[in-house]
Design a protein around this ligand. Structure first.
Ligand SMILES: CC(C)(COP(=O)(O)OP(=O)(O)OC[C@H]1O[C@@H](n2cnc3c(N)ncnc32)[C@H](O)[C@@H]1OP(=O)(O)O)[C@@H](O)C(=O)NCCC(=O)NCCS
Length: 185
């Protein structure tokens, strides 16, 4: 799926476009950074989302884009091309599930937060979803992540379920995952 749109966010110009395999190194570096920042809510253990996953990541970005069943968006500064955030949507293949889609990997680089970048990315994903006949979107959010829960709640997402002991951290603590849903129409 080819996607590109220009957005003015907080007075600056950003390009929101689909990822390609060339984005893989930036994507990996970014999620390693996020895992270091949020060690208790990251699905990947420290160092797990490392360069050993580089090829897999590149291939999956490419396959996802080629399948028309997913859209992985990167937000970059239009001038400097710096990778500042991302977000993805995965559509369901089965006819009975085609009215729903999963959103994941919503994140903004620390120094670019609170400017409207994640809001712009999620709006784009929801727009694409709606245009493809999707009626409701779902995502998973880890429990202690109050900021993220607040972010989604303000954008119309509600908690529709949870899974206790979703993650088991290295020190034996468990983390609950919340399932969030939003009706698009
Ligand atoms: C949660 C997260 C994605 C939000 O990203 P973000 O780019 O900062 O999000 P936005 O800027 O669109 O919105 C964040 C807040 O900034 C506010 N904001 C937006 N533009 C603003 C501006 N120009 N000035 C000040 N605040 C602003 C928004 O109103 C919003 O506050 P609200 O939720 O009270 O309405 C980000 O904190 C993040 O990457 N966290 C780590 C990864 C993560 O937790 N991802 C979710 C996993 S499920």
């Amino acid at each position: 799926m080819v996607y590109v749109t220009e957005r003015k966010i907080g007075g600056r110009d950003y390009t929101i476009r689909n990822a390609t395999r060339l984005d893989s190194p930036n994507d990996i570096e970014f999620f390693e950074e996020i895992a270091r920042e949020f060690p208790d809510t990251s699905t990947d253990a420290p160092g797990e989302f490392s360069s050993t996953f580089a090829l897999e990541n590149a291939e999956s970005l490419e396959q996802d884009m080629g399948s028309s069943k997913a859209l992985y968006l990167i937000c970059e500064d239009s001038k400097t091309k710096e990778y500042v955030g991302c977000g993805a949507i995965y559509f369901c293949r089965q006819k009975r599930r085609a009215h729903t889609a999963d959103i994941c990997n919503i994140a903004t680089k620390k120094e670019y937060r609170r400017q409207g970048i994640a809001s712009a990315i999620i709006e784009e994903l929801e727009r694409v979803a709606k245009n493809n006949g999707v009626e409701s979107v779902c995502l998973v959010c880890m429990a202690p992540d109050a900021d993220a829960l607040h972010f989604y709640a303000k954008r119309g997402y509600f908690v529709c379920g949870s899974m206790y002991q979703y993650l088991k951290l290295e020190d034996g603590r468990y983390v609950t995952a919340y399932y969030l849903q939003k009706y698009l129409k």
